[in-house]
Design a protein around this ligand. Structure first.
Ligand SMILES: N[C@@H](CCC(=O)N[C@@H](CS)C(=O)NCC(=O)O)C(=O)O
Length: 308
């Protein structure tokens, strides 16, 4: 199997979810550091337009969205699965709620007006303006584009308090070992906690703190940083998984031209030939001058497929 390559940047909260899972799995992998804002000229040939971070690459197979990346990582390292059968729906739904609704809450708290002065990014006026323009492009056409600080803060404290109560009775959210819901929760606590001036939010919650330290201690695995050009040539020299006979839901057929994009934000479509549009996964094949033939995989939940 091809070596796992994570395209990420240090400050990215969803990248932290994957890094923490790779740490839990004691994985050896490579990473490419992408820029915080577009353009990402070494990444677009791989994804075909999907711009959210992180992106995972296995040779000429490219995975968009942490929901599918974590599934694939768990399959690669099946010991101590984070998808236990007996709580699969509960933990996956918890994870999805956390990565969507609670993500907006955490962003509202992290970027609260009184803390912006401490953001390294906002110290340089030109860099701040470029960042804001980039994120405006990310959220263009999105139904919901952020939460007012007051609303976010109340939701944040309420959920932290509930988590703390639940964690009083067990080491992890659903028992003695971590599941995917723990990693989704962890990265958003991490995102706010990274900001020293916001650490006071966590002081009342000792069980949450002990749980956080447990996950933090997993580390990030054994990682080597490579350049984007190297990742591109790895893709160009590999063969993707040409998924055969996959189920296509919603009247779609394998082989037809489609576009795939998220349903919430980052509405940049990826065009290609449909290989699968099933219960768990959507996959399209496309050919790029630099990367060659690539199969791009998305999770079913949170994505839409449109016939061209
Ligand atoms: N549902 C996506 C969310 C990914 C996401 O929103 N990532 C943020 C960074 S943490 C992002 O892409 N921000 C815009 C950017 O970096 O271009 C996932 O699970 O991968």
């Amino acid at each position: 199997m091809s070596e796992l390559i994570l395209h990420q940047y240090a400050e990215s909260t969803f990248s932290e979810k994957v890094r923490a899972l790779l740490g839990y799995k004691n994985a050896t992998y490579k990473q490419v550091d992408t820029s915080i804002i577009m353009p990402r000229p070494d990444l677009m040939p791989l994804t075909g337009g999907y711009r959210r971070i992180p992106v995972m690459q296995l040779g000429a197979d490219v995975y968009c969205d942490t929901a599918i990346m974590c599934r694939v990582i768990d399959d690669m390292f099946p010991e101590n699965t984070v998808y236990p059968e007996d709580s699969l729906t509960t933990s996956e739904t918890f994870s999805r709620w956390t990565d969507t609704f609670f993500f907006q809450v955490a962003v509202g708290v992290a970027f609260q007006p009184s803390a912006l002065g401490n953001e390294p990014l906002f110290k340089d006026e030109a860099a701040a303006a470029a960042f804001m323009a980039d994120r405006a492009q990310l959220t263009e056409g999105a139904a919901q584009i952020g939460m007012e600080f007051d609303v976010a803060e109340a939701h944040f404290i309420s959920h932290l308090s509930n988590l703390d109560h639940q964690l009083a009775g067990s080491a992890f959210l659903f028992g003695h070992s971590p599941c995917i819901a723990d990693f989704s929760t962890y990265h958003l606590v991490w995102f706010v906690k990274q900001r020293e001036v916001l650490r006071h939010y966590f002081e009342p919650f000792e069980h949450l703190d002990a749980w956080y330290k447990r996950i933090e201690s997993f580390g990030h695995g054994d990682v080597e940083t490579i350049g984007g050009d190297e990742a591109l040539s790895i893709a160009a020299n590999a063969q993707p998984d040409e998924i055969q006979d996959a189920i296509c839901l919603g009247g779609l057929e394998a082989g037809q031209q489609v576009t795939v994009m998220p349903i919430d934000y980052g509405l940049q479509p990826v065009a290609g030939e449909l290989l699968a549009s099933g219960i768990d996964e959507i996959a399209v094949a496309r050919t790029d001058d630099k990367a060659g033939r690539i199969v791009v995989h998305f999770p079913r939940m949170g994505f839409q497929v449109n016939a061209v």
